[in-house]
Design a protein around this ligand. Sequence first.
Ligand SMILES: NC(=O)c1ccc[n+]([C@@H]2O[C@H](COP(=O)([O-])OP(=O)(O)OC[C@H]3O[C@@H](n4cnc5c(N)ncnc54)[C@H](O)[C@@H]3O)[C@@H](O)[C@H]2O)c1
Length: 321
Amino acid sequence: MEARNIKKITVLGAGVIGNSWVANFIWKGYPVNLWLYSAEEEITAKQVVQGHLEGLVINGILGEEEIPKMMKLINFTTSLEIAVKDAQLIIEAIIEDLTIKQKCLAEIDKYADTEAIYASSTSYKLISDIAKFSQFSKRCIGAHPYNPPHLIPLVEITIPEGERGSKKTAKIAADFFELINKVPVILKKDVSGFIANQIQSVVSTKCEELLANGVCTAEDIDKAVSFGPGLRWAIVGPYLIAQLGGGEGGIKGITLHIGKANLEDANEQAIKELEQYADFIQEEVNKEMANRPPEFGNDNKSLRKFRDKVLIKLLKAHKKI
Ligand SMILES: NC(=O)c1ccc[n+]([C@@H]2O[C@H](COP(=O)([O-])OP(=O)(O)OC[C@H]3O[C@@H](n4cnc5c(N)ncnc54)[C@H](O)[C@@H]3O)[C@@H](O)[C@H]2O)c1
């Protein structure tokens, strides 16, 4: 199967994530089977999905007249068999409980096309564990969205470890997400919390520590993050930020400069390791830069220009400029 063969999508679960996924897919024109854990969820699901689409209308992304035909693309069902049997992509967004996810996948194994991709939205469970008893583990991936999935482009993809996983499945899924303008990232290992939640959890721990130590208020922390690093993180990641922070010396320059200043024991071996790391990270950043389209900045000068352009847009939205 290829990404373009994905014509119908199943979303399992009509909670925060499921409903947002549905809004994303119908906005992009895909018919969706939305599986409801209980029939009563249909009313709320309709309201929530419609609300997401209305948000796109208010912000000039969609015409209001498009909403009814998009809403008609949803087929609500409480039957797992009906939900999955004609779909090429099955997005699971049910409760974060390993046993329940495993049982759900066992049912899917009975009814879904063997070619269909099963993608779990899990935040912290390993796809290796979710797919542990599946007959078709090679079609299983973790596909972690960021709330709200209909707006945030990131989808982090993992596959079961070893023989039970398939890089091909991850690639087809990544191609599909790119088709609908998302940003897929395929991880090299199946890890709990993927990339973003692992980073976020370090930030959260630090925030709790600052608060507990009476350094500042919750409001101060929110201001410090959203009017400081958050503004830059919305444009480029920590490595490209460091590339710009290093001026003409790039990330290698700043790594050596800060690294040497902070070495507790600046012995020959430690300096050598730091220099090796600085070379390595500069090479990584050079590769990343080379992959960037010129309009988003692919050298120091154009990247700085792009950063400033988006920064000014964000500051205008915050009425800080
Ligand atoms: N909320 C987030 O920010 C976020 C972000 C990324 C990923 N996720 C992941 O997405 C998944 C769904 O999270 P959510 O925030 O939408 O949760 P939610 O509580 O809003 O929705 C969970 C859904 O699971 C259904 N459900 C409850 N018990 C069930 C059962 N026994 N069997 C099957 N379905 C059952 C509920 O009816 C509901 O529709 C989780 O795996 C979560 O880790 C959440």
